[in-house]
Write a protein that binds this ligand. Structure first.
Ligand code: GLC
Length: 665
C-alpha cells in the first residue's frame, strides 16, 4: 500500500514510474512542518531499526548518525562523512511500527536518524517542494518490493558483465592492455573485461580515441574479442572546449550545454581543462549526448562507465578569479595577515554549491538552477546513454554503470561504489552497502576491489577479491601512482587464480539470482534481519549477508586473521572452495562457529534444505556452460535456475527457467 503526498510544487524527477492519486491531508505515521523549509519528524522507539539510504557510509541499520543526500565527488569515505556520490532518499523504519518513506526531492536533504535526538528521525530540506511517499507493508522486505515496483525494473547487463574485470588508471596504450590480458591468459587467471580509463582519449575528450596510443582501434577491439576480452571505456561528464572537436561543436550549435546566469554556455574545469556540461535534464540534449556513444559502439565497444557526473567541477573561472583576488588581498595585508578569507576562497573552488548555483538547466520553457536539482545530474547522464541504447540497439544489452546516481537511474545502469581506499574498513563498507543499494534498485554494483586510493597489501586484495566473487560487478581498480594491484604484482599469483576462479564456478548461480531479483523487483543481497527477524542475534549482524534464497556469505575483512567467527541462524552447510579446485562440505549446527579461511580460499554457507548449482572453472564467461552444473547442498533440495542467452532482451521466455534437483541421498 502506497500513499503519495504532494507538498508544494515538486520538480518532476521521474524516479517513480507508477501513478498514484495524491492523498488529501497529511500522513499519520509522521509529523510534517513546512513553516521553514520542509521538516518531517517521527519518533523512534528502543529497538526500532532504520534501513535504506542506498549508497552511504556506516551500517545497514542507519540509526545513530546523520546522512546528507548531496551527490559529491567524495574520495575520502571516512567514517564521519555524510555524503557520497548518490542521493537515495528511501528508508524503512522497522520495529514498533514498520513503514517506508521515499522523499522525491532533487536537492540537498538531511536525514538525522536518531543523531541529535536519539529517539527521533528528522528529515529536512530547504524547500517544501517534494513528493512524499509512505509505504506500508508486513515486513521490510515487503516494503522494499512495493518500492521497487513503484520505481520500475532494475537495469539488466549482458551476462559477460558477471565475469571478472581488471582496471587501473594508468594503462596508457594498447600494449599495456595486451600485457594485462596476456598475463591473465598465461597464468590461467579468468578475465572478461579490461577497463579503459581517461588515457585512451585524445586530451581527455569524450568520444575520441587517441590515435597514437590506439592506431587501429576497431582492429584492437576485435583482437581483444578474439581473446574473449571486452574493453570498457570511461566517459566523463564534461565536454572539452576545443574548436573543431565534434562533440563540442555539435553541443554548442544545438544549444545542448548548461548555461550560466548570462545565458552563455557554463564553463567549469575537469580533467580536460575547461569544459561544458551537457544539459542532460533537457530531453533533446539528453538524446543528443546519448547518441554520441554510438561512436564507440560502432567500433565494437559493448560497455561503458560514466564518471565525474555529480558533476565534479575542479573550479570555475569565477571561483578562480575570486580566489586570486583573495590571494592578492592576503599578499597585500600587513603581517600577520588572516588566512580565513583565502582558505574559504580555496575551499570553494572544487565541488562547491557556489559552483552549482552558477549554472542552469532548460526544463520545458524555464531555466532551473543546477543547485536546485543537483542530485539528478549523474542519473540523467546515465539515462542519456541508457535511453540511447534502448533506441539504437533494442535487441541487445550494453554494459553501463555510473558513479553518481539518484533513484530512477537504476533502470538504466548500475553503479560502482566510487573512489574508496585500500583500507580494511572499506572492504567491510562494500559488504554493508550491498543490501542498502539493492533496496533502492541498484543490483548491478560492486566496489573497486583492492581499493582505489592509497597502497594496497597482498592480503587485502585477496580478501577483497574473496568478497568480490559474489558482487555482480567484480572489478579490481586502482588509482595512478598507487601500488599496482593486478594479481601478477604479488608473490604466489596462483592464490589469486584460486580465488578469482571461484567466481566462474558461481556464475550460473549469481546470474540466476540477479535475474530473479531484477525480474521480481526483489533484493539479491539481504540483511540477516530480513530473513531471520525473530532471531535476536541475527537481526544485529551486519558482516554477513544472505545472497539469494540459498546461501549466506561471511567474508574475512580483518588483517592477519586466518578465519572469522560466523553466526549461523540455522543449521547450514559450509562449502569451502580449496585452492586445488576441490570442494569441502561440512554441516554446522545453528550457533557461533570460528571458521578458518586461508587467504587462497573462499567459503559460503548453504541454508538448511537448500542447494545451489556449481559449474567448472572457466577462464571467461562465454565458456561457462549452464548445461553441466552440479548441485551442492542438502539432499532432496531443488533450485530454480534462470539462464538465457545473456545478450538479448528476451527475459520472459518460459524456457529461461528450469528446476534442478539434488538427489535424495
Ligand atoms: C575518478 C574515478 C576513478 C578514475 C579516475 C580517473 O576518480 O572515480 O575511477 O580512475 O577518476 O578517470
Amino acid at each position: 500500500m502506497v500513499r503519495k503526498y504532494v507538498i508544494g510544487n515538486p520538480f518532476p524527477t521521474e524516479a517513480v514510474v507508477q501513478e498514484f492519486p495524491p492523498e488529501k491531508g497529511l500522513p499519520e505515521q509522521v509529523r510534517i512542518s513546512t513553516d521553514n523549509g520542509f521538516e518531517l519528524t517521527c519518533s523512534l522507539e528502543d529497538g526500532d531499526r532504520v534501513y535504506g539510504l542506498g549508497e552511504n557510509v556506516r551500517g545497514i541499520n542507519k540509526r545513530g548518525f546523520r546522512y546528507i543526500s548531496d551527490c559529491a565527488d567524495a574520495p575520502h569515505h571516512y567514517e564521519d562523512v555524510s555524503s557520497l556520490y548518490a542521493a537515495h532518499n528511501f528508508l524503512i523504519v522497522a520495529g514498533h511500527r514498520t513503514f517506508g518513506l521515499f522523499l522525491d526531492y532533487p536537492a540537498t536533504m538531511t536525514f538525522d536518524v536518531g543523531y541529535e535526538k536519539m529517539d527521533e528521525l528528522r528529515i529536512t530540506c530547504d524547500r517544501a517542494d517534494l513528493d512524499l511517499y509512505v509505504l506500508d507493508g508486513d515486513s521490510p522486505q515487503d516494503i522494499v518490493h512495493t518500492f521497487r515496483c513503484m520505481i520500475g525494473r532494475s537495469y539488466i547487463p549482458p551476462r559477460f558483465a558477471f565475469g571478472f574485470g581488471q582496471s587501473r588508471w594508468g594503462y596508457m596504450n594498447e600494449d599495456d592492455i595486451r600485457d594485462v590480458v596476456r598475463k591473465h591468459r598465461e597464468a590461467h587467471v579468468p578475465l572478461d573485461m579490461v577497463y579503459m580509463d581517461i588515457d585512451y582519449m585524445e586530451r581527455y575528450k569524450d568520444f575520441t580515441v587517441n590515435a597514437e596510443r590506439y592506431p587501429d582501434f576497431p582492429a584492437f577491439v576485435e583482437e581483444m574479442r578474439r581473446e574473449h576480452v571486452r574493453l570498457i571505456p570511461i566517459i566523463d561528464a564534461g565536454v572539452k572546449i576545443e574548436k573543431g572537436y565534434g562533440t563540442y561543436e555539435e553541443g554548442v550549435a544545438g544549444n545542448y550545454f548548461c548555461k550560466n546566469a548570462r545565458g552563455e554556455d557554463f564553463v567549469g574545469e575537469v580533467w580536460p581543462g575547461w569544459v561544458h556540461f551537457p544539459d542532460v535534464l533537457n530531453p533533446e540534449a539528453r538524446e543528443w549526448f546519448g547518441g554520441q556513444y554510438r561512436f564507440l559502439v560502432d567500433q565494437g565497444i559493448e560497455g561503458f562507465w560514466n564518471d565525474m557526473n555529480e558533476p565534479s567541477i575542479f573550479k570555475t573561472p569565477e571561483g578562480e578569479a575570486e580566489a586570486k583576488e583573495a590571494a592578492r588581498r592576503f599578499a597585500d595585508a600587513p603581517a600577520p595577515a588572516s588566512t580565513g578569507e583565502l582558505q574559504a576562497a580555496l575551499r570553494a573552488l572544487p565541488n562547491s554549491h557556489e559552483n552549482f548555483r552558477r549554472f542552469f538547466h532548460r526544463v520545458g520553457d524555464r531555466m532551473v538552477c543546477h543547485d536546485d536539482v543537483h542530485n539528478l545530474f549523474g542519473y540523467n547522464m546515465t539515462r542519456a546513454a541508457g535511453e540511447a541504447f534502448e533506441r539504437m540497439y533494442p535487441d541487445r544489452r550494453i554494459l553501463l554503470f555510473s558513479r553518481s546516481s539518484y533513484v530512477g537511474m537504476h533502470r538504466y545502469g548500475g553503479i560502482w561504489q566510487g573512489d574508496n581506499y585500500s583500507w580494511w574498513s572499506h572492504l567491510l563498507l562494500n559488504l554493508k552497502m550491498m543490501p542498502s543499494l539493492n533496496m533502492v534498485g541498484f543490483l548491478y554494483t560492486g566496489a573497486d576491489l583492492g581499493g582505489f586510493g592509497s597502497n594496497c597489501s597482498r592480503d587485502l586484495v585477496l580478501r577483497w577479491l574473496a568478497l568480490g566473487v559474489f558482487t555482480p560487478l567484480m572489478r579490481n581498480h586502482s588509482a595512478i601512482r598507487t601500488r599496482e594491484q593486478e594479481f601478477y604484482r604479488f608473490e604466489r599469483p596462483e592464490d589469486f587464480r584460486a580465488v578469482i576462479s571461484v567466481r566462474y564456478r558461481l556464475l550460473p548461480y549469481l546470474y540466476s539470482e540477479y535475474m530473479k531479483a531484477a525480474l521480481g523487483n526483489d533484493m539479491m543481497f539481504r540483511p540477516l534481519a530480513f530473513v531471520y527477524p525473530e532471531d535476536p542475534v541475527a537481526v544485529e549482524i551486519e558482516d554477513q549477508l544472505m545472497l539469494g534464497d540459498e546461501i549466506m556469505i561471511a567474508p574475512v575483512y580483518q588483517q592477519n586473521m586466518s578465519g572469522r567467527f560466523v553466526y549461523l541462524p540455522e543449521t547450514m552447510m559450509l562449502l569451502r572452495f580449496l585452492p586445488d579446485g576441490r570442494l569441502e562440505e561440512t554441516v554446522l549446527e545453528k550457533g557461533s562457529h570460528y571458521i578458518p579461511v586461508a587467504l587462497n580460499e573462499v567459503i559460503l554457507l548453504i541454508r538448511q534444505g537448500r542447494a545451489l548449482p556449481l559449474g567448472d572453472v572457466f577462464e571467461y564467461e562465454e565458456a561457462v556452460d549452464d548445461s553441466d552444473l552440479v548441485m551442492h547442498g542438502f539432499p532432496g533440495a531443488s533450485y530454480e535456475l534462470y539462464s538465457d542467452d545473456g545478450m538479448t532482451r528476451m527475459y520472459d521466455r518460459p524456457e529461461n527457467r528450469r528446476t534442478l534437483h539434488m538427489p535424495e541421498t
